[in-house]
Ligand binder design. Structure first.
Ligand code: A2P
Length: 317
C-alpha cells in the first residue's frame, strides 16, 4: 500500500497528492524511471501526448501490472490534449492515440494542456516560414464540450484544465455540463499561485503544481536564471528539518493541499522526492516560503504570445 494521501475530486474519485512528472523524461530513460517510481510507492503518473514518451511510460505500467506489483486501479494516470487537437472533431482521436500509446483502456484524468490552439492535425509545433507558431482560433469552450464526451464514453474518468487563468476557467464553468475537477499549473515559491488556488478551491477544483522544483532542465533555461533548488533562503529550513531543498519544496505544496508531480529519471532522486511524508513544516515556515513569491514564471509560453487565448497576458491571474 502506498503511504501517499489522496485528495478528493468533485466527481467522487480521488487523486494521490504526489506523483511522478514525465515532461522532459527521455523515451530511453522514462520506462525505468516509472518502474522505479512504482516500486518506491508512487501511484500517480503525469503524462502528456506532447512529451513524446507515452509508449515508454505505458511499457513500464504494463510491466508492473504483469509482475503483480500493482493493479491498473491502484494507479492514477493523467494525460493532456495537445494544442493541435482542439478542434471538436479531433479530440476523441487524440484521446484514443494517448490510450493506445499508454496501452490503457482508460485514464484517470485528461486535461486540456493549454487554452490556446495551434494549427490542427499536423506537426505538434506547426510553424510558418519565419519559424513562428501557427495558431488556430478554436475556442477552448467548444473543446471542453468534446472533452465531456470522453467521460461519457469512459475513455477518462475525469477531465480538467492546465495553464488556464481565472477568467478562462470561469468561461468553462459557465458553459459546462461536467465541471473540471483539476487545474494543473506552474507552481513553486517564486510563483505560489495563492489567488488562483483560492479561486479553484471555492469552485471545487483541485490544483496540481507542475515544475515544483523550478524545472532546472527546461529547454530554454539560461545560465544566469535564478535556480530555485539552490536558493540560499531555503538552506536554514533544510538544516532545521534535515531534509533536502527539493524535499522542502515538495512538502510546501503537499502541506498546502496542492498536488505535485516532480520529474526525475534518477532512482535516488525519485526516492528522495517521495520521502516527504515523515515530517511537517511549521506554519510560520510555510508563511516564510510564501514570502518568496515574485511572479517568477519559468514556463511563460513565449511561443504563444499574441494568441487571443494566451493565459498569461492581460490577466491579473
Ligand atoms: P533528474 O531527472 O536528473 O533527477 P521539475 O519537476 O520542477 O520540472 O524539476 C525537474 C528537474 O529537477 C530535473 O532536471 C530533475 O533531474 C531535477 N530533480 C528532480 N528531483 C531532484 C532532486 N531531488 N534534487 C535535485 N534535482 C532534482
Amino acid at each position: 500500500m502506498s503511504s501517499v494521501p489522496s485528495v478528493s475530486l468533485s466527481n467522487g474519485f480521488s487523486i494521490p497528492i504526489f506523483g511522478l512528472g514525465t515532461w522532459k523524461s527521455k523515451p530511453g530513460e522514462v520506462t525505468q524511471a516509472v518502474k522505479d517510481a512504482i516500486d518506491i510507492g508512487y501511484r500517480h503518473i503525469d503524462c502528456a501526448h506532447v512529451y513524446g514518451n507515452e509508449k515508454e511510460v505505458g511499457a513500464a505500467i504494463k510491466d508492473k501490472i504483469d509482475e503483480g506489483v500493482i493493479n491498473r486501479d491502484d494507479l492514477f494516470v493523467t494525460s493532456k490534449l495537445w494544442n493541435t487537437f482542439h478542434r471538436v472533431d479531433l479530440v476523441e482521436k487524440a484521446m484514443k492515440e494517448t490510450l493506445n500509446n499508454l496501452g490503457l483502456d482508460y485514464i484517470d484524468l485528461y486535461l486540456i494542456h493549454w487554452p490556446l490552439g495551434y494549427k490542427e492535425d499536423g506537426e505538434l509545433f506547426p510553424t510558418d516560414e519565419q519559424g513562428k507558431i501557427q495558431f488556430s482560433n478554436v475556442d477552448y469552450v467548444d473543446t471542453w464540450k468534446a472533452m465531456e464526451k470522453l467521460v461519457e464514453k469512459e475513455y477518462t474518468r475525469s477531465i480538467g484544465l492546465s495553464n488556464f487563468n481565472k477568467r478562462q476557467i470561469e468561461r468553462v464553468l459557465d458553459s459546462s455540463t461536467i465541471k473540471p475537477v483539476n487545474l494543473q499549473i506552474e507552481c513553486h515559491p517564486y510563483l505560489n499561485q495563492k489567488k488562483l488556488i483560492e479561486f479553484c478551491k471555492s469552485n471545487g477544483i483541485t490544483v496540481t503544481a507542475y515544475s515544483p522544483l523550478g524545472s532546472p532542465d527546461r529547454p530554454w533555461a539560461k545560465p544566469d536564471d535564478p535556480q530555485l533548488l539552490e536558493d540560499e533562503k531555503l538552506n536554514f529550513l533544510s538544516e532545521k528539518y534535515k531534509k533536502t531543498t527539493a524535499q522542502i519544496l515538495l512538502k510546501y505544496q503537499v502541506q498546502r493541499g496542492v498536488i505535485t508531480i516532480p520529474k526525475s529519471v534518477n532512482k535516488g532522486r525519485i526516492a528522495e522526492n517521495f520521502n516527504i511524508f515523515d515530517f511537517e513544516l511549521d506554519p510560520k515556515d510555510l508563511e516564510y516560503i510564501n514570502g518568496f513569491d515574485c511572479g517568477g514564471r519559468f514556463c511563460p509560453m513565449t511561443a504563444g504570445v499574441g494568441h487571443p487565448h494566451h493565459p498569461f497576458e492581460n490577466d491579473e491571474y
